[in-house]
Design a protein around this ligand. Structure first.
Ligand code: ADP
Ligand code: MG
Length: 310
C-alpha cells in the first residue's frame, strides 16, 4: 500500500505538472497571433474576459480555419471534421460557432453538381470532360464546338429547345463534347442524362423482365436534357425503335425538350440503319418517322478531325 506521504507527493508533482502545463498553454493562447487580432478588434475585452474564456480561445487557435493546417478534407484536423470555428464577441462574452470549411463547401458543391448529371455506362474521362480542354484544337471541330457553346449561351431561350446531332467518324471527340456540355449544364443548374445507346438497348430489354420499363421510359421522357451517345452502333429491334425510342422522341418533341445525339452516321445513313431491324425487315416508313423526330429535337452538325484515341 502507498503511504499517505507518497500519495501526497505524487499528487503535488502531478498538480505542479498540471499547473505548468496550464501556464504554458495560457501563454501560448494569449500570445497567439489570431487571439491578439481578436483582442485588437475588440478593445473592450479585458484581461479577465480573456482568462474566463481561455478554453474557448485555446480551442479556436488550435483549429484549422481556412483548411491551412489540413492536408486534405478526409484528413481534417478539426474537432468536427469539415467544420471550422468562428469567433463571436458579444459584450464581454466570447462564443464559438462551427461552419463548413472551404474544402468541405467545395466538396458539397461538387457533389451537388455531380448529382445533376446522371449517366448510364459512361467512362470517367467523359464524365469529367470540360470545355477548357475542348477549345484549342482542330478546325474541323470548330463548328460543332461553336454550336455547343451557342447552345449553352442560349440556355433559357427558345433556341435551347433543340439539342445537337453530332455526327462524324470514330474517335474525333463527339462523346467527349457531350460530356463537356453536360458538365457545363450542371454548372448552370440544369440536369441532364447521358446514355450510351447500345447499353440503353440492353438495359431496356432487361427492364421488361423486372417491370421497370415504364418507369425508365418516363425518366428519359422527362429529364430536362437527354443525351444519347452512339446511336446507330446498336442493333435495335422494331419494337425498341418504335415503342421505346419513338415514344421518347415523340414526347420530347411535343414538350419541346432537347435531345443531343452522337453518331458515326449522318441522318441519311442512320435512316438506312434503322430501316433494317435485326429481324431483317425493311421498314423505311417507320425509320423515316424516327429521323423526322430526331430532326425536330436536334440540329445536325458534322464533326471531324484526327482520331484522338490512343
Ligand atoms: P468519339 O465519341 O467521337 O468516338 P471520344 O469523345 O470518345 O470520340 O474521344 C476519343 C478519345 O479522345 C477519348 O479518350 C477522349 O477522352 C479523348 N478526347 C476527345 N476529345 C478530347 C479533348 N478535346 N481533349 C482531350 N481529350 C479528348
Ligand atoms: Mg463516342
Amino acid at each position: 500500500m502507498e503511504s499517505i506521504q507518497g500519495s501526497l507527493k505524487k499528487w503535488m508533482r502531478e498538480s505542479r505538472n498540471f499547473q505548468e502545463h496550464y501556464q504554458k498553454m495560457r501563454e501560448e493562447v494569449l500570445q497567439n497571433k489570431e487571439i491578439l487580432a481578436i483582442q485588437q478588434e475588440n478593445p473592450h475585452l479585458t484581461d479577465q474576459d480573456l482568462e474566463r474564456h481561455l478554453m474557448k480561445l485555446y480551442e479556436y487557435q488550435s483549429q484549422s480555419k481556412k483548411c491551412e493546417d489540413c492536408p486534405a478534407l478526409n484528413e481534417c484536423i478539426n474537432l468536427v471534421s469539415g467544420y471550422s470555428p468562428r469567433v463571436h464577441v458579444e459584450g464581454h462574452d466570447i462564443r464559438l460557432t462551427y461552419e463548413m470549411c472551404p474544402r468541405k463547401r467545395l466538396d458539397e458543391e461538387q457533389n451537388q453538381k455531380r448529382s445533376l448529371v446522371s449517366s448510364l455506362y459512361m467512362p470517367r474521362d467523359i464524365l469529367e470532360a470540360s470545355f477548357k480542354d475542348v477549345e484549342v484544337d482542330d478546325p474541323e471541330r470548330y463548328e460543332a464546338i461553336r454550336q455547343a457553346k451557342n447552345y449553352i449561351e442560349h440556355l433559357d431561350t427558345e433556341k435551347a429547345e433543340k439539342g445537337l446531332y453530332l455526327h462524324g467518324p470514330f474517335g474525333v471527340g463527339k462523346t467527349y463534347l457531350l460530356g463537356a456540355i453536360a458538365n457545363k449544364l450542371a454548372d448552370k443548374g440544369t440536369s441532364s442524362m447521358l446514355i450510351f445507346m447500345p447499353e440503353f438497348v440492353r438495359e431496356m430489354k432487361q427492364s421488361i423482365q423486372d417491370q421497370t420499363l415504364n418507369t425508365k421510359i418516363e425518366q428519359f421522357k422527362n429529364v430536362p436534357v437527354l443525351m444519347i451517345d452512339d446511336i446507330g452502333a446498336e442493333t435495335m429491334s422494331a419494337w425498341f425503335r418504335d415503342e421505346v425510342l419513338g415514344s421518347i422522341l415523340q414526347y420530347r418533341m411535343m414538350e419541346r425538350l432537347p435531345v443531343f445525339f452522337t453518331s458515326n452516321y449522318n441522318l441519311d445513313e442512320l435512316q438506312e440503319h434503322l430501316a433494317y431491324s435485326n429481324r431483317g425487315e425493311v421498314e423505311k416508313l417507320k425509320a423515316g418517322r424516327i429521323i423526322e423526330r430526331i430532326g425536330q429535337v436536334s440540329t445536325p452538325v458534322n464533326i471531324g478531325g484526327k482520331n484522338k484515341r490512343k
